[in-house]
Design a protein around this ligand. Structure first.
Ligand code: FDM
Ligand code: MG
Length: 212
């Protein structure tokens, strides 16, 4: 029990549909934490910089075709290859603000029809977030924002299925934020829940694994 009370960084995940505003809010959160003198880094999944990440990227840009199970496992492998660095960062006091994580992995693959439990299995043992902030927006509203690129999943019909899968995954630990509000209001709400979470982790909240 000794080290379970050690101060550490927080693992904060932002989830939501495409165009829900995750990426801009992640940057804003990291700036806020830095201004407060809290060590923080912005991470994102997929991490397209690794060799697994490059395979994922060419799949997403429709440069390559992969079986649904295969790409699912690559997304998972992309998180596994960062797991030990993630743990080190957290234990040395750095808070990670992560743009998508395992929930995207499960929601997007199960939206294709893969069994949800099968999708969760390779995620077991990854670090569990201390906070999942869900940027809540309907697929229709998100699509109205425009700016869907040409990537594989950026289509309204598919995003509707993803929204349904997120709904199933959503549990008591998630904090939903209405993403249709003005960007500054979303930012304010996020700041509050993230700062609370960082404080909890500084006090020594134990690190858990998925899915518990
Ligand atoms: N995506 C993302 C998945 O299908 N599985 C995953 O595990 C992750 C992390 O990849 F459409 C999807 C979600 C999105 C696409 O993500 C690329 P970004 O955030 O648009 O780069
Ligand atoms: Mg995208």
């Amino acid at each position: 029990e000794g080290n379970s009370k050690e101060s550490r960084g927080a693992l904060v995940v932002l989830e939501g549909l495409d165009r829900s505003g995750k990426s801009s809010q992640c940057s804003r959160l990291v700036s806020l934490l830095e201004r407060r003198g809290i060590s923080a880094e912005l991470w994102r999944f997929p991490d397209r910089t690794t060799s697994v990440g490059q395979m994922i990227s060419s799949y997403l840009t429709n440069t390559s075709e992969l079986d649904d199970h295969t790409i699912h496992l690559l997304f998972s492998a992309n998180r596994w290859e960062k797991r030990s660095l993630m743990e080190t960062k957290l234990k040395t006091g750095t808070t990670l603000i992560v743009d998508r994580y395992s929930y995207s992995g499960v929601a997007f693959s199960s939206a294709k029809g893969l069994d949800m439990e099968w999708c969760k299995a390779p995620e077991i043992g990854l670090l569990a977030p201390d906070l999942v902030a869900y940027l809540d927006i309907s697929p229709e509203k998100a699509a109205e924002r425009g700016g869907y690129g040409g990537e594989r999943y950026e289509k309204l019909e598919f995003q509707k299925k993803v929204a349904d899968c997120y709904e199933v995954l959503r549990d008591v630990t998630w904090k939903a934020v209405d993403a249709c509000q003005p960007i500054e209001d979303v930012e304010k709400q996020l700041q509050e829940i993230v700062l609370d979470c960082v404080t909890e982790c500084q006090k020594g909240r134990p690190l858990f694994s998925l899915w518990s």
